[in-house]
Design a protein around this ligand. Sequence first.
Ligand code: NDP
Length: 333
Amino acid sequence: NKQILLVSRPQGMPSENNFKLVEGPLSIPQEGEMLVRILYVSVDPYMRGRMNDAKSYVPPYPLNEVVNSGVVGQVVESRTSEFQTGDIVSGYLGWQTYAVAKPRQVKKVDVSLAPMTTALGVLGMPGLTAYFGLLDIGRPSQGETLVVSGAAGAVGMIVGQIGKIMGCRVVGIAGSDRKKEYLINELGFDAVINYKTAANLKNDLKEACPGGVDIYFDNVGSGISDAVLSLLNFQARIPLCGQIALYNLEKPDIGPRIQTQLLINSALMKGFIVGNYADRFHEAMPQLAQWIKDGRLKYKESIVEGFENIPKAFLGLFTGENLGKQLVKVSDL
Ligand code: NDP
């Protein structure tokens, strides 16, 4: 059983040296448990926060233990009546090739609905984040302008498309021309700004949002958000989803104080964690699946092959390697 451990806490940008690949003990399920062969591993930006020894909404990863993350796998031995050998399941079982799981740790993936990888993306945590953050906090309505940062990532891409379904003008901010073209040509975004090449982000945004900004779905923070917040409309809504531009900073990032922008526009900024909506996931799943079926919601995955490449795929989130949801394929079905 191959496993990847967190062996040191990153200072600033993480590196492969923070992780170690080891041959772990053989996993043997006890009565009431099952053995799962991991097929796909998810790497997600929030995992960076768990690598720090700091208080947050989830506890830090312990050192020298398997890094926990979402996975999809197949039950290869079941000692519980709730799951059968052959079932495809998803859950937080971590960076390892085999895991022992209890029934409450996993859910069955309905592969007749969509490919199993979607359980880690559009029909999993990122899709639910986009759905509830945008609809519950952003409250989009026809004709409004929605700006989304981190637009070409797992969450951002779904936010923009739901915004289009709701009748918004959708403006994305992303880090390459390839991403920009994909969002405009394949997903129907109205405009996308490449923040890495923009000479003046605020001017470009102003041009892309002639009616101002009604909703800003923030995945990124920092100077990108400062530019967007300067264009808020009266009673704008800002779902505060992520701050990836800050996750690797060693010193705090101090920009213009934004409170005045919120005050003068009677705007609402609300942080949220997708888990806050756990009792409403059952509402979102059929709707997301229906939009996919109707061709109104597309999803994109970047899949790296090979267990040993998991840390590299994780690091790539901070340099923008991924288009859509970043996954690692660990094994064939
Ligand atoms: P993504 O798939 O969007 O991957 C991360 C992307 O962020 C990269 O591809 C990169 O794209 C961009 N990025 C990385 N560093 C920077 C930077 N310094 N400045 C600007 N952009 C950067 O990840 P997710 O969709 O999974 O997550 C998006 C955000 O949502 C994250 O902040 C995450 O923490 C948050 N999140 C919050 C949840 C919640 O419950 N509140 C749940 C899930 C995610 P580019 O090429 O455009 O730079």
